[in-house]
Design a protein around this ligand. Sequence first.
Ligand code: ADP
Ligand code: MG
Ligand code: MG
Length: 249
Amino acid sequence: MLKINNLHATIDEKSIIKGLNLEVNAGEVHAIMGPNGAGKSTLANIVAGKEEYEVTDGTIELNGEDISELAPEERAHNGVFLSFQYPVEIPGVSVTNFIKTAINETRKAKGLEDMPAKDMLKKIREKSELLEIDRKFLSRSLNEGFSGGEKKRNEIFQMAMLEPKLAILDETDSGLDIDALRIVANGVNKLKSKDNAVIVITHYQRLLDYIVPDFVHVLHDGKIVKTGDASLALELEAKGYDWIKQELV
Ligand code: ADP
Ligand code: MG
Ligand code: MG
């Protein structure tokens, strides 16, 4: 599904990603962990196509196709989803209306007509039931006055509705209370299937108490320096990151 080969990237001529390799197959959940400043969010942004980063070497393939020249919207239309891609507050536009527009834009990009209203309603009903999201929430203005947990609920709902092939959830270090962690974990666990893949980026092991990843990677200084199974996350929780840095010397 995703194959990153020897990726190097800079921002403002500062080298951040320094020879990163990663392969993610359909049906898998990967966790990327690592100390602050390692380049985790940079990696997520580069895969999603944010334009402030410059890829100086290497390739990013999605289902065998090089996507590194595609615009962020084109990558989204190809099935890449990054959490916090739509963080804006839009007074007067509800959670539901926003996602309807996003879905129809994706369809338009593929030459399809708008989704019939009846199908859209059915899908909204199914996904909101699956994720235990109540109707009142769906009619609220997008992100306006949302709590941390509500922001997460909205993101996971967007993910459920858009049905990405590859979802990247960048769980930034702040504002993840237990409620928010559970919402994210529950969403990932319910939405994962043999046809999609999820990358969860986190600084904290706590999230992985609720999501059991197939692979855990440690990102350090712009490279993946260690890969293991879920037990690696527990080891990191107990021992921190310093032992990994020492192994590298
Ligand atoms: P992480 O998510 O692992 O904490 P980041 O990817 O946010 O790390 O950051 C990696 C490095 O890139 C840091 O040294 C950070 O200061 C730098 N960096 C990230 N974004 C920018 C930016 N927009 N401008 C300048 N430096 C940046
Ligand atoms: Mg950070
Ligand atoms: Mg980050």
